[in-house]
Ligand binder design. Structure first.
Ligand SMILES: [Zn+2]
Length: 324
C-alpha cells in the first residue's frame, strides 16, 4: 500500500513514521511515484533543471550536465532513466534557485526561519534538502558547517525517488512539496552567516567567462554571441550546425546578423539574443525556445545566466534586454 501522500497546492506533509530505514523496503513503483510527484511539482519551476545521476550514486551521469545535458524535469529522458534504476538530480543552472543540503538542526532552523519551503529527506537519517528560489541575483555554491551545503549555480541535489549509496530513498519519509520560498540573496546570506564555512563559488569550476572582451549589454547582438566560422554565408545569413545540440546534416541552424535572429530547423524554434543566451547557457533547451517563453521568473534566470557567462552587469543587462 502506498504509505505517503503528496500535494503541492497546500501544506501537505508526508510522513512514514513506521519506516525507520528511510524507505529501503519500498517498491520500485513507489520510488517512481515519489519521483513523479516531485517532477509534477517542479514543472511549475522551470529554473530548476533535471539531470541524470548514476544509479545508487551522487555523481552526474552525463559529462555536460552543467551545460547542455540538463533537462526540464518533465523530460521523458529523466523518466525513462529513473525506470531503468537511475538517480536524478535537481540542477540550478543560473543560481536563481538553490537546494540546501542541511545536515543539522541549526541549519534546518535557519532555513525554517525563511518560511515554509519545499523540503524532502535525503539518504542519511535526519538529513533534508530545502529548495528556495532567488529573487535578485545568482547564488553560488557555499559550504556550511558539518558538511551542509548551499547548492546554487551549477550545483545539484539528488531528487526525490533517488537511491542513496546506502540504499535509502530520497523523499520516502518526508516529501513536503509546497512552493519554494522566494528570497533575496542578502536575506539568504544573512540567515546562514553563522554557518558559512568557506567561499562562495559561482560555478563548480569557478570558470572565467568565455568572452575575453567585455560585451556591451546595450548592443548585444547575435554577432557577439555566435561564432560562424565554417558557416555558409548568404548575405547577412549564416548557415551551419547548431552550436549547442549539433547537427546530423551540418546545416540545421541559421543566424541572420541583420535581423539579429536565429532559427533551428530541427526544432522549428528560434529567437534573438535573449533566447540564444537561454539556450546556450542551458536555462532551457533549444526545443523550448518559442515566442513568449521568456517572461516572469524565467526572464531573470536568463539575465542571471548572461551575467555569469559574459560578466556583464546584472542591472545593465536587464535594462538592455528589456524587462519581462
Ligand atoms: Zn534545436
Amino acid at each position: 500500500m502506498k504509505n505517503f501522500t503528496a500535494s503541492y497546492k497546500g501544506s501537505s506533509i508526508i510522513t512514514n513514521k513506521n519506516n525507520e530505514n528511510e524507505g529501503k523496503n519500498i517498491s520500485t513503483s513507489e520510488r517512481i511515484e515519489i519521483a513523479r510527484e516531485a517532477i509534477n511539482f517542479l514543472t511549475a519551476y522551470p529554473r530548476i533543471r533535471a539531470i541524470l545521476v548514476s544509479p545508487h550514486d551522487k555523481i552526474p551521469f552525463e559529462h555536460a550536465w552543467q551545460s547542455s545535458c540538463n533537462y526540464p524535469a518533465s523530460s521523458e529522458k529523466i523518466h525513462n532513466y529513473l525506470l531503468k534504476g537511475g538517480n536524478w538530480g535537481l540542477m540550478h543552472p543560473a543560481g536563481m534557485s538553490i537546494g540546501i543540503d542541511e545536515d543539522n538542526e541549526k541549519i534546518r532552523n535557519a532555513a525554517l526561519s525563511l518560511g515554509d519551503t519545499a523540503r524532502f529527506n535525503t539518504g542519511t537519517p535526519g538529513h533534508f534538502c530545502d529548495l528556495f528560489l532567488i529573487k535578485d541575483e545568482p547564488v553560488g555554491n557555499i559550504p556550511l558547517i558539518d558538511g551542509a551545503y548551499i547548492r546554487g549555480k551549477g550545483g545539484q541535489n539528488l531528487g526525490p525517488g533517488s537511491i542513496h549509496p546506502n540504499g535509502n530513498i530520497y523523499g520516502s519519509i518526508y516529501l513536503h512539496l509546497v512552493p519554494p520560498v522566494v528570497v533575496t540573496k542578502s536575506e539568504l546570506l544573512e540567515v546562514f552567516k553563522p554557518y558559512i564555512k568557506g567561499k562562495e563559488k559561482l560555478s563548480k569550476n569557478d570558470s572565467k567567462p568565455e568572452y575575453k572582451q567585455p560585451l556591451n549589454p546595450y548592443s548585444l547582438t547575435m554577432k557577439d554571441l555566435i561564432n560562424v566560422s565554417g558557416f555558409k554565408q548568404s548575405g547577412s545569413k549564416y548557415q551551419g550546425p547548431h552550436p549547442i545540440h549539433g547537427s546530423a546534416t551540418g546545416n540545421n541552424f541559421v543566424v541572420d546578423f541583420e535581423l539579429n535572429e536565429w532559427y533551428c530547423f530541427r526544432h522549428g524554434t528560434g529567437g534573438g539574443p535573449l533566447q540564444w543566451i537561454a539556450v546556450s547557457t542551458g536555462v532551457f533547451g533549444c526545443e523550448e525556445s518559442v515566442p513568449g517563453k521568456i517572461k516572469g521568473d524565467l526572464f531573470w534566470q536568463v539575465i542571471a545566466a548572461a551575467h555569469n557567462r559574459y560578466a556583464l552587469s546584472y542591472e545593465k543587462l536587464a535594462k538592455a534586454l528589456g524587462t519581462a
